[in-house]
Design a protein around this ligand. Structure first.
Ligand code: MG
Length: 310
């Protein structure tokens, strides 16, 4: 049977864009529901400067509280050398770095040029790998930039090559503002593959800002991509990309692949439950399509039970 791997980002990418700051206990209950649902790659926090993202300022505490679960990998975002050292001190085994393939977005996001970011992240990656960490590299704005518009795929290629050479094992290509379309996704992926980037190191990170995320997921899958990022209930966007809505819902991914007969290893019901836990803690309605569908059908069931006097 065909299968894909889902990379769950609700606790990191999701929560970092929320106004409400959750406690470690609340995050832990989200984490437990994600593990119970069957997610095996879960991004749990970020070692950016605590002042920058107060939502994730409890990174070390979160990592210290992680359970040991067979077959589950926990990931933490690392922005630079300082973040890397904090992650190593905390005993993190899997880290994710990030930079943008658009010069302006990178500058606004991390106040560095692409060349400066790349030099720093190559060093971070080499050190991390030397310490036995696995490194995933996020490349954002691959399919368009809120400041520059079109982004040259050659920029993505240069970054991809350099970070793979430095030892990254996975590249997550991000559609930061949800502007990608399926034909563009295929054209960028085919270009990268023709230039020697194998599809088995690529992950796709789509946002559903304009309702095109699942179409883009399918396009990437048809090109051979087998790792997809998602956040339960579609929580999270990008604070530096005006108007960017949430990540594609993990429930939407599970449902899509399940319907196509492609295994995800994740229970759809379990993912829906995890999405509900996130929504309850945040106290605001969350956007993913399947999350909303599931809630509506739960309510309909409750109403039916009430009518029957159950
Ligand atoms: Mg995202």
């Amino acid at each position: 049977m065909q299968s894909v791997r889902l990379h769950e980002v609700a606790l990191r990418d999701g929560l970092q864009n929320e106004a409400k700051v959750l406690s470690v206990a609340q995050k832990r209950s989200i984490l437990d529901s994600l593990i119970a649902a069957g997610f095996r790659d879960i991004e749990v926090t970020s070692f950016v400067r605590p002042r920058m993202i107060p939502q994730l300022s409890d990174a070390s505490e979160m990592v210290a509280a992680l359970p040991q679960v067979e077959g589950v990998r926990f990931w933490a975002l690392v922005p630079n050398q300082v973040g890397l050292e904090r992650s190593l001190d905390a005993g993190v085994q899997n880290i994710a770095t990030f930079m943008s393939s658009s010069e302006t977005h990178n500058k606004k996001n991390v106040n560095r040029t692409i060349v400066e970011s790349l030099a720093s992240l190559e060093a971070v990656t080499r050190t991390a790998v030397a310490h036995g960490q696995r490194v995933r590299a996020y490349i954002s704005t691959v399919f368009g930039c809120p400041y520059e518009g079109d982004v040259d795929p050659a920029s993505t290629l240069r970054i991809a090559r350099a970070l793979l050479d430095a030892g990254a094992s996975e590249l997550s290509l991000g559609d930061t503002t949800g502007v990608a379309n399926p034909l563009q996704v295929q054209s960028v992926l085919r270009y990268l593959e023709a230039e020697g980037i194998p599809m088995d190191v690529i992950a796709a990170h789509f946002h559903d800002t304009r309702g095109t995320a699942l179409a883009n997921v399918l396009a990437a899958w048809q090109c051979g991509v087998r790792v997809f990022d998602g956040a339960v209930a579609g929580v999270g966007g990008c604070p530096y990309a005006p108007g960017a809505a949430g990540n594609v819902g993990s429930e939407d991914l599970v449902n899509l692949f399940e319907q196509m007969g492609v295994e995800t290893g994740v229970s759809l019901e379990g993912a829906c439950h995890a999405g509900q836990v996130v929504e309850t803690h945040l106290g605001r309605p969350l956007p993913s399509r399947y999350h909303q569908f599931w809630q509506t059908s739960q309510q309909a069931e409750d109403t039916l039970l009430e009518a029957k006097g159950a």
